[in-house]
Ligand binder design. Sequence first.
Ligand code: NOJ
Ligand code: NOJ
Length: 711
Amino acid sequence: MMRKWLRGLCVLVFVLAGLAGVAYGQDFKKQVIYQIVTDRFFNGDTSNDNPAQSAGLFDSTQTNWQLYWGGDLAGIQQKMAYLKGLGVTALWISPPVDNINVSIPDSLGNPTASYHGYAARDMKLIEEHFGDVSNTWTAFNNVVSTAHQNGIKVIVDFAPNHTNNNSAGEYGALYDAGTFLASYTNDPSGYFHHNANISDWNDRYQLQYYTLYSLADLNQENSAMDAYLKASVQQLAQHGVDAFRIDAVKHVTWGWEYSLTNALFNSAPSFVFGEWYQGSTSDPLFHDSYKFANKSGMSLLDFPLNTAVRDVFANNAGFSEIDNTLNTENANFAWQNDLVTFVDNHDMARFLSVNNNANRLNEALAFILTCRGIPSLYYGDEQYLHNDTNGGGDPYNRPMMNSWGTATTAYSLIGKLAALRQSSNDALAYGTSLQRWINNDVYIFERQFFNDVVLVAINKNDTTGYSITGLNTALPAGTYSDYLSGLLGGFAVTVVSGTIGNNPVNAFTLPAHTVAVWQITGSAAAPEVGSIGPTVGQPGMQVAIAGKGFGSAAGTVWFGTTAAPILSWSDSQATFTVPSVGNGVYSVQLKNSAGQAANTIQFTVLTAKLIPVTFTVNNATPTNVGDYIFLTGNTVELGNWSTTWDGAVGPMLAPNYPNWFLNASMPAGATIQFKFIKIAANGAVTWENGANHTYTVPASGTGFVNVNWQY
Ligand code: NOJ
Ligand code: NOJ
């Protein structure tokens, strides 16, 4: 008996020891991301500046902004100490894979090169300007391992929507580790969609199936292309990539992207976030965006908040724009703490080009570093880098990084707030968000995770201070010094009375251009869960739950009455595999070794790994403008017979009305039952008649269903 127990213990110790080196990247909420355009960061290896296979695309004078300037993966590696000193914990690097080898002249006849990485030719090799002239993975492996040695994660930008220009240069040509597959003009197997450029940016069909800016649009429903894209991104994961930024997700087949995300999570622990561009929460596809983020397992870059942050801090909008955006988003995004927030990126004029006011940039950075969501900083913002030519937009928002000092205010600010998020106060990563005081210039908001509280006060006015009266906080009675030690003008405040809850703060004056951060951390009376990652997966997938006060001895994780097999356990994170339970949405519950239960957290158990299936239903009529056909059926992937806009799968697309189609990711090998429904503009639901349709999803590849609406 004893021996058996001992042997079990040894196996457990062995398993836990074996896992100690595994980077569980899924819980990304404590990370601070730093976005790098590799070509414009640092030239660490001059031997790859002007490779023979793509000669002439390099400009050593750095005057043609559309050519390669020499930055490379070795350069990022050589600047790792700078990055570590800055306090960032994850590097988002521009697409590193092999891009087109020739120039495509711009409208004035000037040469341009794909220095940004968004015109791939081979997703299985590394671009020669970034790695070495033989397109090997060596430099990539080196930067990943140096990052990991410094406790920094690597995020790769992956673009599954397209290859390169369809009517010039290499005509979209795509290779598989050097072997030609197809080009836009030589496409016998149907690897590309051959449609016009997108002209209606609110049309769901055009967005997914038309061409984005002449970039040869890939057909993800083709099983060979599906396999190629998944193998390419999995290869990156195998080279140690911790997370992925997926390019242009609004333009890739949405349903297919559920299976892409699932494939990534099946290959390695990861975090996946997509670029779904939208100007605000009033965007006609805002609802589609949060439905996608809530169900696909992929988080999104927070573009609506980006607009609001720039309007408020760079232009002179009042704080209600930020407050309203957060309220709308927080009411709709299930995983709001996973949204990736940012002030600047490579597609918009830098903040300082819009308003050359360093105080305001500091305040905007302080805001996104404390706001809900995972902050992403754009390279050079910590050095106040900007070039204002033509308003500073693309490509002038991608200057060469040219100073590496560690004495700027922004550099210190980022370091302090990254440390608060990463290691000392869980409210930033996991907490709720509450507005406490607002006018046009002042925003005081609070983050809270059980007994951890962070209260942030910002006055962005250039000259006017405000008297702050009637402020309440969750902080308990006491005097709180400014966590930033006055870096942005902060000072101490006193909470008059009370334990954690809703307590009065003594009146104070918040001077012009001030950010103050007051905070407390408490102990956990019971385990506290703040995160699960991924949020969706099938039995057998590895998942991490993170939070506080789990205890050092392994406890349990429950899906209903079924315990999940535990892989590792620490006071702040448990990893496990999804147990063999039926598909559905679960309230997962963690218990410590003494049986004390934590708060529950939602996880969607899929039936099986996901396969993209294209469903067509013919002659689904009549429908009026605003009425849509949806798909619903008998598994969680099909919405469990839901008849709501959010619960059913869709809306379907009707480029050949009255025939409707939609690609949706379905459980591999499962026999599914489904029907099509009409959801009218007023919400009225009409079912098709007859028996349920049935279909057995293929075990691999892609699937197709074609049926008639049953009258
Ligand atoms: C969005 C990227 O961020 C942008 O820089 C790129 O040009 C397009 N997608 C196309 O890949
Ligand atoms: C109503 C549908 O008409 C039927 O076909 C389906 O089986 C059930 N909903 C499932 O509850």
